[in-house]
Design a protein around this ligand. Structure first.
Ligand code: SF4
Length: 318
């Protein structure tokens, strides 16, 4: 395996981004140490809103004992339908700042609590803290698989820093069209950034590999949330993945969309509805027809149950 970065080079790269950030596709170049305003609103410290055991991820991630998810504040995308909008876009719920040492301790505490996996949710903006935290935690015995759960808008320079630190990549592929990404997520280059990121993730971790309990040990799982009325370009996304990455990539085709945040207002009437069962079944059939070998699906009545409330200590409580 060529060119795995050293600990020192990772730490230097992580620190360097603070004075000219290019961690996501926005590449806004903000000097975060100097307090410059960033597009994602992240500052120089990692901000975490919740640390919880989550049982609702895909079965190889949550298993029976759950995934220890660390939910980071802010996001470089501004999805109008975001289900985590309280912590990603409006920051209605304030988070806590963490040093690398304190974050490493949280990772180890989750492992001690017995979860199958450690999930980093929305960590892209916070890699200057997350990278040294992961290195520190590994050196202190973190051994459960680390899952990097992102919107798929990570830059290649961000992902190179993570090479060898992440066991399972769990990125979104939200759209096959930059126009939809512009209207609904506020960026103009999503498709190119996303596809380059997915290729790099696959290069690093390959196909999903599970242990005897069915828990992910390593690999790529691509998530795609089906939006109403074909707005997420599902067929195009699946075709690209099958033709340009591999049919052996695990795909998680999600039916849990329900109108949240700005999508439940008059601003976006096309998003203010659920997806139809027949549309969802059609997309699953397309994935099967394309030859994907591992397809995670959801019940179409799951949509009503998936909105977290981050104003609560346990945001995924029923
Ligand atoms: S992660 Fe935030 S600060 Fe860094 S490039 Fe993206 S928007 Fe800018």
């Amino acid at each position: 395996m060529a060119d795995i970065p050293t600990i020192d080079s990772r730490l230097k790269a992580a620190m360097d981004t603070l004075s000219g950030c290019g961690l996501c596709g926005n590449r806004c170049g903000a000097d975060r140490q100097a307090g410059e305003i960033t597009i994602c609103e992240a500052n120089s410290m990692a901000e975490v809103s919740h640390i919880v055991v989550h049982r609702g991820e895909e079965p190889p991630i949550s298993g029976t004992r759950g995934c220890g998810n660390v939910f980071f504040q802010h996001c470089s995308l501004t999805c109008v339908f975001c289900q985590n909008w309280q912590i990603s876009s409006l920051n209605e719920v304030s988070g806590n700042e963490y040093t690398p040492e304190a974050l490493a301790m949280e990772f180890l505490k989750l492992q001690e609590a017995g979860v199958h996996t450690l999930g980093l949710v929305g960590a892209t903006s916070h890699l200057p803290t997350v990278v040294p935290a992961l290195i520190g935690a590994r050196l202190q015995g973190l051994s459960i698989p680390v899952v990097y759960n992102s919107g798929g808008y990570d830059s290649l320079e961000a992902l190179k820093m993570l090479d060898g630190l992440i066991d399972v990549y769990l990125p979104d592929m939200k759209y096959g069209s930059d126009e939809m990404a512009r209207v609904y997520s506020g960026v103009t280059n999503y498709v190119a950034v996303n596809r380059a990121a997915v290729r790099e993730m696959y290069h690093q971790v390959g196909d999903l590999v599970v242990d005897l309990e069915g828990i992910a040990k390593r690999g790529l799982i691509v998530r795609h949330l089906v939006l109403p009325k074909g707005l997420s370009d599902t067929v195009d996304v699946l075709q690209w993945l099958a033709r340009n990455v591999s049919k052996s990539v695990a795909v998680s085709i999600m039916s849990q969309y329900n109108p949240a945040y700005q999508a439940c207002t008059d601003l976006f009437p096309e998003l203010n509805q659920f997806i139809s069962k027949s549309d969802y079944e059609y997309y699953i059939a397309v994935a099967q027809e394309l030859g994907f070998e591992t397809i995670f699906t959801q019940d179409t009545d799951s949509a009503a149950h998936y909105n977290p409330d981050f104003s609560l200590d346990a945001p995924f409580s029923p």
